[in-house]
Design a binder for this molecule. Sequence first.
Ligand code: BGC
Length: 730
Amino acid sequence: MELTDQAALTSGSGFWTTTAAGDVPAVTLTDGPHGVRLQSHASDFLAGRPATCFPPAVASGSTWDPALLRRMGEALGDECRALDVQVLLGPGINLKRTPLGGRNFEYFSEDPILSGVLATEWVRGLQSKGVGASLKHFAVNNQETDRMTVSADLDERTLREVYLRAFQRVVTEAQPWTVMSAYNKINGVYASQNHWLLTEVLRDEWGFEGLVVSDWGAVVDRVAALAAGLDLTMPGPDDTGDAAVAAAVAQGELPAEVLDAAVARIRALVERSRRATRTDGYDAEAHHALARDIAARGIVLLKNDGGVLPLRAEGQSIAVLGEFARTPRYQGGGSSQITPTRLDDPLTEITATTTAPVRFAPGYRPADDAADETLIAEATALAAGSDVAVVFVGTTRETEGADRADLDLPEAHLALIERVVAANPRTVVVLSNGAVLRTSPWDAAVPGLVEAWLLGQAGGSAIADVLFGRVDPSGRLAETIPLKLSDHPSYLDFPGENGHVRHGEGLHVGYRGFDAREQPVAYPFGFGLSYTTFSYGEATAVAHADSVEITVAVTNTGGRDGREVVQVYAAKPGSRVRRAPRELKGFASIPIAAGATETVTVRIPRDDLAYWDTRLGRWVVEDGDYTFAVGASSRDLRTTVTLTVAGSPDSRWPLTAASTVAEWMADPRGAVLLRDAFAAGGDSPLMVPEAGDEGPFELLGGMPLDRLALFPGSPFTIETVTDLVKRANA
Ligand code: BGC
């Protein structure tokens, strides 16, 4: 192929298509992630043709059910084939580092295992239909403020264990056809020009076989991006960039093999895509029904005092209050915005369910955050005259491109809640929001609280399903709801300044940070009520060569069928590295009939127990006892089992001349050698410090051997140290 054609292939020909060049035809990539947004008007790149608007990831993530995500992926694949789309730009799996994140609604969780497990099934479902996924945004794209320029500055352990972990899982387990490189920099280097990220980690370590596509407009320097491992720059055309690529190859500045490899990957993507035939359509009714199932399963019941829920379908008059009941908020703004095939609203669905009177008042104007006394008074009167009041409130704006300023409900919504609950103590509040809201202190006065997120086009019926108990609420929080913003681990270092955001909380993202600082929260990670109750038996654990299995019997002790999400959190007491008090390692969502007991086994791959060892530059499973706490949330742990796990081979830290006396003494082999060296020191006044010696151990323990060797009276010389190092690491 001509060099110019090769170069042209590495950028798009338009917003959503690759370039056709030589014998390689073009393919279409489009957003993503919770629906297929195929541009419908040439003049408006955000307007899409109708497609099923499935629940955004904030809701699908709260299902904690990989099987549901797989079905969603399959359905999206069917819609892509009907719309002639070869790659769907999703899933988005960045972690919710801060509750203010403007795109949190597009992401699953603050936890990498939960995000990774769910996204893996989404990708498998989509790709089983012959349509490619685009795992995004790789990596550490956790804020919208300065998103195209900011440098996320963080240490390698945090990067590996928290921010890259979900990507690693999806890449190794599901091989997405493409990975989308993020806009931002990581430690000063643009993700799209980051050789370490795109080549050393993604391809060499994880074995990624697909293509790396840039986020739209992420590439600053086409040649640098190709050299780093990026294959396709979007959108296009970019004639200037194509010419620069061709010139760089012609002048030997960019190795021809690099361009060849990118072209080969583009060719492979095109060939793969062509294997799936286009279909005439898809079953829109079935997809709407699936969207409804997922939405209902993602709803989290936060409070249900006095059994105010479920509502009764007869003999109970209901005041439905708040404009969002009639005009639902069902997705966030930006590139993921889908034109739905139809739209359910809660008011219609509630009215259709009950035989008792339903009265509605809007309570506020949707675009106005200021309280309107007339509207509130009207709503309050309906509440006072009804058996139960259901108030729909939420955020009025959440969008890609902008982070939120605070966690608070609009003033008009807060005023409505306060007045309605004063008029009728049987009040249920239903929240519509893409990222967590502050619920304190007003939630104390409200007996019923339903976190209904942004639920997609079938959210209205899904809310009715849960309110009336047709579906037992089994959504669980995939992110912590803090009491207030300033409690959050990210608070002091968000959104950064002068082009940098420092991840000061390090590994302690989300619940890890709240738990480490023993802070109270409004609703903890993993939390969610059901209309029934569950009790847990005693957990047991078995270690296999490649996994650990935790088994527990769970009984539905209430009077209704329900579903429980069993969660397993691991800890490593006495670890040689700093760790969060507990980390989610596995989970299972299981239906349990009233009165029945189900035995659940959660398999934890051994790799998930590993931490990233910065001295060894690799993953290490630490040897010794681990505790596995099993329960219904990160703060409702019902049973704990301890299991001894064999460590990774050769995971001793290397001893160097700069290692301290204490480090030498902590290493069995080093201790023997060092004791001998001290003994050979003859008349040196310095004694080998043994743990427990008061004074000497502390004084000498912190000294690197090479520094000790320089002290007058030292038992050994720098030559001895060199020899010790050699023998210790032999
Ligand atoms: C977003 C991506 C999206 C792309 C194409 C970018 O602004 O960050 O998530 O896939 O646009 O719309």
